[in-house]
Design a binder for this molecule. Structure first.
Ligand code: SAH
Ligand code: SF4
Length: 377
């Protein structure tokens, strides 16, 4: 039997078009959108302001199917991690990080990743498949529901003058498993839902796509759905970056820096965030820091230093805190805002690059993490 259309796969325009093809008015699509995303409703019968006949028709033809959480873990620091079943023995993860003034949800875009960065456990698992738009937005849908978020009227503002969606999740970062820009169309559909007032109504400035630097897709994102941008830099020169982030062989640093400048012409924030994983003795010397300052001279940016999160057989170690402080000092002295990421959720392996559901690689290899999720709980 064919699987029914999942309405979570549509952004607002897509749903309006789908309804129009069936002779239904645009406002009907927007009503259903609000029920699904603002109120977390999956049962058409409960959509009380939608005509009964339409409800019955929808229930027959289509479904609203969010991903299933197969594990829900809370860390001592309040970080909460969900393992989501994406079929065929694959799982991805979403992580909620509560902070004083905001709540950030880190979501995944692919089961595995084909880009194979040297220090990344997701990369080491290989690639299985792109997540659907429903699976991507479904992570926000699910977290919102499980965290007990409520929707407030569109247009409300919070203390910083940012739209207040009245929800526990104020920020979304696409920094979980996978390379978002390698799953462009589904990611953009999900981003549009995050931003839409009929769905989650998040501020563009509070939705961040993190990329390892797929230059043509950065240009497309700028044109089609500009949100805040984070770029995984990790090295100040091509020789080292070729080794750590292999996509650099295709889009070297000069092209990447130019793409960042182009992105900023349309971005909702006036800086790019460069992420830089601190690998002991590999990319963390004073000379590396000075080379970085020169590299980013023409790109308004902030730096986020990420202490490496080790995983079995990674072959890398985490830089010492004092080394990270000195490295940050050189960037700061050059006038670059630099923060060092706190490692959160360590006890539930929810830290960066540890988002390791089991992924079966269909394309290149079948590598399972030596330490399974079962061992970790
Ligand atoms: N594919 C995207 C987004 C997901 S990774 C990207 O590469 O940007 C999110 C961030 O975590 C990236 O900066 C990535 O380089 C970093 N990261 C990956 N593995 C890590 C590890 N073991 N320790 C610390 N950071 C890691
Ligand atoms: Fe993929 Fe990002 Fe990991 Fe690189 S760091 S392998 S791009 S998920």
């Amino acid at each position: 039997m064919e699987t029914p259309v999942n309405l979570l796969d549509f952004d607002v325009d897509g749903l309006v078009a789908w309804f129009a093809a069936r002779g239904e008015k645009p406002f009907r699509a927007r009503q259903v959108m609000r029920w699904m995303h603002r109120f977390g409703e999956t049962d058409f019968d409960n959509m009380t302001d939608v005509a009964k006949s339409l409800r019955a028709k929808l229930a027959q033809e289509v479904c609203i199917r969010p991903p299933q959480a197969i594990r829900d873990t809370v860390s001592e620091d309040g970080t909460r991690k969900w393992l989501l079943d994406v079929g065929n023995a694959n799982a991805v993860e979403a992580v909620f990080i509560p902070e004083t003034n905001r709540g950030t949800l880190c979501i995944s875009s692919q089961a595995g990743c084909a880009l194979d960065c040297a220090f990344c456990s997701t990369g080491k698992q290989g690639f299985n498949r792109n997540l659907t738009a429903a699976e991507i937005i479904g992570q926000l849908w699910l977290a919102n529901k499980l965290l007990g978020g409520t929707a407030t009227p569109a247009g409300a503002k919070d203390a910083e003058g940012e739209p207040d969606n009245g929800r526990v999740i104020s920020n979304v970062v696409m920094m979980g498993m996978g390379e978002p820009l390698a799953n462009f169309d589904n990611v953009v559909t999900a981003l549009r839902l995050m931003l839409d007032d009929h769905a989650y109504g998040l501020s563009r400035r509070r939705v961040t796509v993190s990329t390892s630097g797929i230059v043509p897709a950065m240009d497309r994102l700028r044109d089609e759905c500009p949100v805040a941008l984070a770029v995984s830099l990790h090295a100040p020169d091509d020789a080292l970056r070729d080794r750590l982030v292999p996509i650099n062989q295709k889009y070297p640093l000069r092209e990447l820096m130019a793409a960042c400048r182009r992105y900023l012409e349309r971005a909702p924030r006036d800086f790019v965030t460069f992420e830089y994983v601190m690998l002991d003795g590999v990319n963390d010397s004073d000379a590396h820091a000075r080379a970085l300052v020169a590299l980013v001279r023409d790109v308004p940016c902030k730096f986020n230093l990420i202490p490496f999160n080790p995983f079995p057989n990674s072959g890398f170690g985490r830089s010492q805190p004092e080394r990270i402080r000195r490295f940050a000092g050189i960037l700061l002295d050059a006038g670059i805002v630099t923060t060092t990421r706190k490692t959160r959720g360590d006890d539930v392996n929810a830290a960066c690059g540890q988002l390791a559901g089991q992924v079966q690689d269909r394309t290149r290899r079948t590598v399972r993490l030596t330490k399974s999720m079962e061992d970790r709980a």
